[in-house]
Design a protein around this ligand. Structure first.
Ligand code: HEM
Length: 241
């Protein structure tokens, strides 16, 4: 108990919490992206994947609760560390440090909070269906939730896709700096390791940007457009909202 209190109350403890929760979030983002990229393998593959995840509710809700806790700890450590840093330095010193710091590092707290807004929008869009409830009622020929059609329909709106791609650019910026800091906090960025750690952080951030953005971009360029005809037909057969 004392150890937990010490971790949550010390600056070093909070830095470790940020690093470990950041690492877990990166693993989630990579896993989620690999799952979503199955859209390029076709309707059957991605719908079967979605059905498989939803067939284990205990595991799904356990993972969702864990993810929520990890996000909450990450944001809490970020806000408390930022407040502490801002309060601990005389103004002049802070300005000099700010000039020396990279643009990404100075804007980490803001890119993080905007990403939180993106995640809330994204969950309302695809998990809750609050923006368009018909998206959650789509069924494929096997009676499974038609995730394929949902994503194609969602991203066939240029404004929605544009917003996602912009958010992915912000995520890329947040991750390239965040992953370097994570390596630093965990002790993998000293001496000659620095070059490799920063290079790996950059490759990871760009890989996630390209992988995630390829989905709305491909849909805007016409990928999967055959289901849109089906979609307008389905909308007509669904009860009016
Ligand atoms: C083009 C990129 C993305 C696509 C196509 C996509 C797709 C989806 C879909 C279809 C769901 C709903 C799953 C379901 O309940 O059936 C979902 C949920 C979610 N996504 Fe994404 N996503 C993308 C990017 C991201 C990113 C970058 C993040 C985080 C930074 C993210 C975080 C989440 C979270 C937290 C959930 C809720 C998980 C749950 O319902 O259990 N997504 N996403």
């Amino acid at each position: 108990m004392n150890l937990i209190t010490a971790i949550f109350h010390s600056t070093l403890g909070k830095k470790y919490l940020m690093a470990i929760t950041g690492l877990l979030l990166i693993l989630f983002v990579i896993g989620h992206m690999l799952g979503n990229l199955q859209i390029f393998l076709g309707q059957e593959t991605i719908n079967a994947y979605g059905a498989m995840i939803k067939s284990k509710p205990a595991l799904l809700w356990g993972a969702r609760s864990g993810l929520l806790l990890v996000i909450a700890i990450h944001i809490w450590s970020a806000i408390t560390l930022t407040k502490r840093n801002n309060g601990a330095r005389p103004v002049g010193y802070r300005v000099n440090r700010a000039v020396a710091a990279s643009y990404a590092s100075r804007t980490m707290i803001w890119s993080g909070l905007i990403l939180l807004a993106f995640i809330i929008y994204h969950i309302l869009h695809f998990t809750v269906g609050a923006l368009d409830p018909t998206l959650l009622k789509l069924k494929d020929d096997s009676g499974r939730h038609d995730i394929y059609q949902m994503i194609i329909s969602g991203f066939s709106q240029p404004l929605v896709s544009g917003f996602y791609i912009l958010s992915m650019a912000l995520l890329c910026m947040h991750l390239s700096h965040g992953t370097s800091s994570l390596f630093q906090s965990l002790g993998f960025r000293s001496g000659r390791q620095k070059v490799w750690a920063d290079w790996l952080a950059l490759v990871l951030a760009w890989g996630i940007f390209v992988g995630n953005s390829s989905i709305p971009l491909a849909i805007l360029m016409g990928y999967g457009k055959e289901v849109l005809k089906q979609w307008s037909g389905t909308q007509k057969s669904l009860p009016a909202r």
